[in-house]
Design a protein around this ligand. Sequence first.
Ligand SMILES: [Zn+2]
Length: 555
Amino acid sequence: MNIRRVLAALALMAVAVVAAPAQQPAKFTHADSLRGGNGPGRSWWDATFYDLHVAIAPADSSIRAWNGITYRVLSASQVMQVDLQPPLVVDSIRQNGRNVTWKRDGNALFLTLTEPQRVGDTKTVAVYYHGKPISAKRPPWDGGYIWQRDSLGNPWVATANEGLGASAWWPNKDYFGDEPDSQRVAITVPDSMVNVSNGRMRSRTRNGDGTTTYEWFVAEPINNYNIAVNAGTYEHFFNVYQGEAGTLSLDFWPLKIHVDTARKQWAQVTPMMKCFEKWFGPYPWYRDGYKLVEAPHLGMEHQSAVAYGNRFQNGYLGRDLSRTGRGLTWDFIIVHESAHEWWGNSLTARDASYMWIHESFANYAENLYVECQTGDKQAGAEYVIGTRSLVRNDRPVEGIAGVNDEGSGNDHYYKGGNLLHLVRQLVGDDEKWRKILRGLQSTFRHQTISGAQVEEYVTRESGVNLAKVWDQYLRTTMIPEFEYKVENGQLAYRWTNVIAGFDMPVVVTMPELGRVTLHPTTEWKTDGGALRGLEGFAVDVNYYVTPKPVSPGTR
Ligand SMILES: [Zn+2]
């Protein structure tokens, strides 16, 4: 997604006249620090491989499972934090055939390892557990396990746990900054069900006890929240895509009852792939392939197995988030969730506070997709500008580091997308802008990164001084106001509602001169040219600022 809170935003559209209340500063707890920080139980080990085995019993909504955690020792320590949320119950924890003792601190387990942990060693610890994992109350926003039935009454089970955390159903380092290099996902389900997880299917084994094990293998680094169960009465069809990095397999897993509808609607994957490869570079997971899997929730960017629940219709559940009509000619979930394969999955925020890297670029990708689909740059711009009405400015887009804080869970979509559209204007060269987007992808491919790395890269490669722009739009809730007036037959203008030193250029239309680039500061300037009246004067709408005419006497 995560399109978390989009429903809330849609609700807001209906009552747009009611101003959003300013959000109280968040209070952070010991549990937030354990979850969101790279604390002493985490920083000394680097997860290299998760070997996850989960047997699912839809009859009583329970699981029985184990995960082998392989890691490299970065610095010597004997106390290891592994996250696994209640009500799941640990049966035992083992290292090299010996029991490991542990104690629970909320959602975290602290293991006391008896074997020496020497720097450079590669070790494995296995956690065996069972129970009834948290059920999603309102998936995918309020996540967990989804125990559903399809319209024929067949059991249908899925997971969605981006915000809640992967530790809601399997033990791991539940932290953005550490991804394993690869992962096995072996899911056992009743014989009547098919399970589709991430990566490629390696084997399907009938266990002879009424269950079948589907072994999937992810050959490339993966964020923990992307690991997913999708178990149901699935049908499979496939295609291939000749892309920038060779032949990419496209595998489609709709419910059996929806296969004909899916063949039609999901044909949108190919033009989407073409557009995103052009703008962002090669799809990041050729080894693991691309899959679209029908899910009993709206959708989620599960890596190489994108979850789809948009009811086989265009728009966002049939609606246009931009309210311009530009959002009704393509399937929002295919486009938005697949964009996350580049932004969120290949480039992953190292800390939850940089979640805008995932959502701002995914929102912005929707704009680029409209541009690709229509061949009209203006149409794409209309779309992203249309989503400005959903911006709340309730909190800064960027969150607070180390405490599992994502910043404004609403504005990291629409305000972030409009910030990127603004930066494109400032770069002022579409081919250069495309190279910057592709360069971000190739430079930080398969890495966890900070927001500052993205900011610095774009600033350096564009040659435009963007430092104040990032500060203004990511770290404050203020939208710059462009104040202007006619004074002595001249245009007078300045920035207000901005941080100190804000001096972003802006393009305006002057009645006689046409398009002019101005360089406002927080002081009045009158070098823009002669102006008799304000009729015919306009600020370029692609600049995300508030034009504000003021009376001639204003100081
Ligand atoms: Zn998203």
